[in-house]
Design a protein around this ligand. Structure first.
Ligand code: ZN
Length: 414
């Protein structure tokens, strides 16, 4: 794509976003009302509306008329958001499963879907599975993909190249999946670690809704998390902030794939707990059985979970002392085990935290399901698009001429 068509496309998206934003705030409006409120020229506004109509992002409906219907002429029409069109798509490409969430232009969640993916598949295959999952959901629930404005993508592990301080430098895997999705759906893709996105979902819709300072531990096949400070998800200089699973708990411990030793992930991940059960003579087939045995109170398994929770609690207590959060949220399968997991974590934080305020930090289990990170990917789009579009509107667009020679400077009328 050339720089100029790229710039035109960004301008078009910015104008569309302005129109959709006004409809979101005000409800259905006539073209005249929209023109007055958005501040675009008649030509530009009408072109955008007809494009949005064609792409099913908006619909045209008769305006409710409290007075008598007009005797002459066509009935007044107004433009409204299409509740069955996907504007934002959140995709979480996990190691074994893909979750998809779609939000319409009113920013309501209109579809959720999940499919297994082979654990050993590479970036190209994963991207193809993700595309198929999105199209399957759209087909099943009769959701139009024409209005798509952005895709939020969650991936396991490092998304930003950890050797780089530039957040635009993604790992080859992340870059490949994001590019394939962006090409297919012709939409910008925002990518982040899925554990971090789950934290964003918790502060947007879940257990930490509305809180500004929260610590999140994602505990499942891997161990991750997220830090929310002053309402913002923290990434750090190298994109590794909130990687709680790679806190070293034992400098003499087992080497970790991150290059460290004795990482929390190696001690408490589901595979590590299954191995710990095996050492105690209990054979467990998978995570579901592991959690079920713990919930039933099988002593060896319960003990393994309690020990893991104490280890996690120490790391969380240390983080709590630094971040001073309002609450700690645990998500992943163990979050359902209140007595064996949440209670010991609460006790450890209380015991290790000297400032009295920290002794009573709430430890909450997630309220969201397995697609929390896909929801978080939608939350990421909702948080980011507004900001980016505002930037676009203020920034002179390169390649500043359209066909008729009019300057292309801002999102306002040309
Ligand atoms: Zn590690």
């Amino acid at each position: 794509m050339t720089e100029r068509t790229d710039a035109l496309q960004r301008l078009r998206r910015a104008n569309e976003a302005a129109v959709l934003g006004e409809l979101r705030r005000s409800g259905a409006l006539s073209r005249g009302e929209l023109k007055a409120r958005v501040g675009l020229s008649r030509t530009t506004l009408f072109a955008i509306v007809s494009d949005l109509l064609e792409r099913k992002a908006v619909i045209e409906q008769p305006a409710p008329d409290p007075e008598e219907p007009r005797r002459r002429g066509r009935p007044a029409l107004e433009i409204a958001l299409n509740a069955r069109g996907a504007e934002l798509i959140g995709i979480d490409v996990q190691r074994r499963r893909i979750h998809v969430v779609m939000a319409n232009s009113a920013h309501e969640i209109v579809g959720r879907y999940s499919v297994p993916v082979p654990a050993d598949s590479g970036a190209t295959e994963r991207a193809a599975h993700a595309i198929a999952a999105v199209e399957e959901l759209a087909g099943r629930q009769n959701i139009s993909l024409a209005p798509v404005q952005g895709i939020g993508l969650g991936l396991p592990g490092f998304v930003q190249d950890p050797a780089s301080a530039d957040p635009r430098n993604m790992t080859p895997f992340a870059g490949h999946v994001a590019a394939a999705l962006g090409r297919h759906f012709d939409a910008p893709v925002l990518t982040d670690n899925n554990s971090r996105l789950a934290a964003l979902a918790e502060v947007t819709w879940g257990a930490a809704r509305g809180l500004d300072n929260t610590v999140h531990l994602g505990w499942s096949q891997g161990v991750g998390g997220g830090l929310v400070v002053n309402g913002q998800l923290v990434h750090g200089a190298h994109g590794v902030a909130g990687e709680i699973g790679h806190t070293s708990c034992d400098p003499e411990g087992k080497p970790c794939h991150c290059g460290g030793r004795g990482c929390l992930e190696g001690l408490i991940s589901m595979p590590a707990l299954i191995a710990a059960c095996a050492e105690r003579g209990v054979t467990v087939q998978g995570t579901a059985e592991l959690v079920a045995l713990a919930a039933e109170g099988r002593p060896e398994v319960a003990d393994v979970f309690r020990t893991a929770a104490v280890t996690a609690g120490r790391v969380l207590a240390s983080l709590a002392a630094q971040v001073d959060p309002e609450c700690v949220v645990i998500y992943g399968e163990p979050a359902a085990l209140d007595d064996l997991v949440l209670a010991p974590i609460r006790e450890v934080i209380a015991a290790l935290s000297l400032p009295s305020a920290l002794r009573t930090i709430e430890v909450r289990g997630s309220e969201l399901g397995a697609d929390a990170a896909a929801l978080g990917a939608v939350a990421l789009l909702l948080r980011t698009t507004g900001q980016d579009l505002a930037e676009l509107l203020d920034r002179p667009v390169p390649g500043s001429a359209v066909e008729d020679g009019a300057p292309l400077t801002t999102g306002a009328a040309r």
